[in-house]
Design a protein around this ligand. Structure first.
Ligand code: SAM
Length: 273
């Protein structure tokens, strides 16, 4: 006899690359709290105007204005697609008053007239798009000029021997769960250039390849510090992640003057004007 029992498996919603990206690599509320803490700790007072460079779907801008009624956020990205996504999917969850404090600019981060801010961030390693020292310097100079007196510029960085070779890491994210793949296709020790891809796989579906691709130069921490000081920043701090007893990152970043040998690490660089 045929078994007519209905399958329990629910039909998955249409694949949404920005949803899957956000669930895998972004924590907007935590990032906004962390960036505010860096400013507070360094300057002894709260910032107000936040700028998120390479903002994509500007999730961090939305988180920023939710932290304080006085906070204002500017996001800059040259691609209208993620900006539209943020306007449809994130902005509507803010109150009208919070929305009025979010300003999104479809703009190259290198272009003139970028908004002034107390704190500027470039997260998820986006500045690695600049492969030439002169290009990165131009970007850092533009940030220095845009910052209000006492402003702070924060970027994240990654490194360690594991990123000096091709490899792929997988982790499970989201609810319902899916697999997120961070695939390093190549690394050139002469130029520190690497080609990276993000793939996703949902249960019962084929792996979706190259949903995002990044052709980057992996800048080192001392290179970043040298350049930031060269464009005028007074002080450059490194924030390094603490570790659990098992040797895993514990998500707690503190200012350090000495790093730790790790297979793979993520750190933050905070540059004070
Ligand atoms: C890796 S995504 C980062 C998205 C988001 N900031 C995050 O933390 O996940 C890089 C973004 O940078 C944007 N982008 C690349 N070059 C840019 C430039 N020169 N000026 C402004 N945006 C740029 C891309 O359109 C893309 O949305």
């Amino acid at each position: 006899m045929r078994n007519n029992t209905k399958s329990n498996s629910k039909k998955l919603p249409e694949f949404d690359k920005y949803y899957h990206y956000g669930e895998s690599v972004q924590s907007p509320a935590e990032d906004a709290r962390f960036l505010e803490w860096i400013y507070l700790k360094g300057k002894g007072r709260k910032p107000s105007v936040f700028r998120e460079d390479f903002c994509g779907t500007f999730a961090n801008c939305c988180a920023w204005v939710q932290r304080d009624r006085k906070y204002v956020a500017h996001g800059l990205d040259l691609d209208p697609e993620p900006i539209e996504y943020g306007k449809k999917n994130y902005l509507p969850y803010l109150t009208a008053e919070q929305q009025s404090r979010v300003h999104i600019h479809e703009k190259n981060v290198l272009s003139r007239g970028a908004p002034k801010a107390d704190i500027i961030c470039a997260l998820n390693f986006s500045y690695n798009i600049f492969k030439k020292r002169q290009e990165l310097k131009k970007y850092f100079q533009a940030c220095f000029r845009s910052l209000n007196p006492n402003g702070v510029f924060v970027v994240d960085a990654f490194g360690g021997p594991r990123c000096h070779e091709a490899n792929e890491e997988v982790s499970e994210n989201g609810d319902p769960a899916f697999d997120y793949f961070w695939d390093q296709e190549s690394f050139d020790p002469l130029t520190h250039e690497g080609l990276f891809h993000i793939h996703f796989k949902r249960p019962g579906e084929k792996k979706r390849l190259n949903v995002f691709t990044y052709d980057w130069r992996v800048w080192t921490l001392p290179e970043l510090k040298d350049l930031l000081e060269e464009v005028g920043f007074k002080r450059v701090d490194f924030l390094w992640e603490g570790s659990t007893d098992e040797g895993e990152g514990d998500g707690n970043f503190q200012v350090v003057t000495k790093g730790e040998e790790c297979e793979a690490w993520v750190a933050y660089v905070a540059a004070f004007k």
